[in-house]
Design a protein around this ligand. Structure first.
Ligand code: NAP
Ligand code: 8YV
Length: 331
């Protein structure tokens, strides 16, 4: 039983920033765990923890090991690593950090697209190696953004921000979502394969999870054609990495720019060895200002839940439960 003035016990799991940990410590009795892993939950934690702040995953076993748990505040907008099914079963709210990172991730996506088309990392390396100064010329690139047909897989918050940026370039834009959006000027395609057949550049910014696993497969890649470029800024699981390696190796598509991978932080050696890839270490949102906004929103979800009885940014699956029951009566 919690006595007056006693801090609520929460677990901070994963590599959360000092800013997040300090903010949590002001308000809560915090135990920092390396990750959301059931084997790290002691009986003392099981008996008292009511909230979790997490960067990374929360397994079914971890959630089940915390019978008093009310809320999981996840750092990041994508929450495919949190077992929401178990959370819902246990009546636990899950929150994430949407919107505050849209601009950063969209900027990174456009930067990655141009870097991939124009071979910018290799041009930088060429200069640093002294080859320009020594009289060599960096080869002209096959790729150019101008005149491309860009398809966006996942025209949500971030996808729209990418499309709005790309509107100012000389490109055609279309997209695939499960549902057509009525208030956008871009062409909708009912399947990802239809989209891929009508474009030469595919930007994946769809969430991970069962429904999108390996959605970008060999057939989709082949449909992009020999000038095809794949950019993945969503989740690594949405692309069949083995099929991508093969498509890049034999010239089925021209190039790929990736920020996310199937088994992070592992990147297949085959992908590393290919010259027609630009590979980033999952840095889509990774600026200090944006990570601070994400961190603050994660913490606010916890404080709002315990102070005011409402979560600020619950994930869609739990939205109807995102208010605390009043006097035992559910809303
Ligand atoms: P969002 O607003 O929920 O947008 C996701 C879009 O994907 C929606 O338009 C949705 O439309 C579509 N979608 C979902 N499931 C689909 C399916 N099975 N088939 C086709 N379309 C589908 O999410 P967001 O805030 O833009 O974030 C998108 C994702 O980006 C996150 O989930 C995360 O994985 C990733 N992300 C990566 C980074 C990074 O650092 N690289 C940073 C932030 C986010 P419908 O519901 O109509 O299908
Ligand atoms: C974060 C992300 O890097 O928000 C997301 O879905 O992928 C990134 O912004 C990630 O959540 C940190 O774990």
């Amino acid at each position: 039983m919690q006595s007056f003035g006693e801090k609520i016990a929460v677990i901070a799991a994963g590599p959360l920033s000092p800013r997040a940990l300090d903010a949590l410590a002001l308000r809560f009795d915090v135990t920092h765990l390396a990750k959301g892993d059931a084997t790290l939950v002691t009986s003392d934690l099981a008996a008292k923890v009511r909230g979790v702040a997490v960067m990374g995953g929360c397994t079914d076993a971890f959630i089940s090991a915390l019978p008093k748990l009310e809320i999981i505040a996840s750092f990041g907008v994508g929450y495919d690593a949190v077992d929401v099914t178990q959370a819902v079963r246990q009546g636990v709210i899950v929150t994430h950090t949407p919107d505050v990172l849209n601009d950063e991730v969209a900027d990174t996506a456009v930067g990655l697209l141009i870097a991939t088309l124009r071979d910018l990392p290799r041009a930088d390396a060429f200069l640093r190696q002294g080859r320009w100064a020594a009289g060599e010329r960096f080869p002209l690139t096959c790729g150019t953004l101008s005149g491309r047909k860009v398809g966006i897989f996942g025209l949500g918050r971030i996808g729209r921000a990418i499309a709005l940026r790309l509107q100012t370039f000389n490109v055609e834009i279309s997209y695939h979502n499960r549902r057509q959006i009525v208030d956008v000027p871009w062409t909708w395609h009912p399947t990802l394969l239809d989209l891929a057949r009508s474009v030469d550049t595919l930007i994946c910014v769809a969430p991970g999870g069962r429904e999108t696993t390996h959605a970008t497969n060999a057939e989709v890649l082949a449909a992009l054609g020999r000038d095809g470029v794949l950019i993945n800024i969503g989740r690594g699981s949405t692309v069949d990495e083995a099929a991508l390696v093969q498509a890049l190796r034999i010239g089925t598509i021209m190039a790929a720019g990736l920020d996310v991978y199937e088994h992070e932080p592992k990147v297949p050696p085959d992908l590393l060895a290919l010259p027609n890839t630009v590979l980033l270490p999952h840095v889509g949102s990774a600026s200090i200002p944006t990570r601070n906004l994400m961190s603050d929103l994660m913490v606010k979800n916890l404080t709002s839940w315990f102070d005011e009885g409402r979560a600020i940014t619950p994930v869609p699956e739990v939205q109807k439960h995102a208010l605390q029951p009043l006097n035992g009566i559910d809303h």
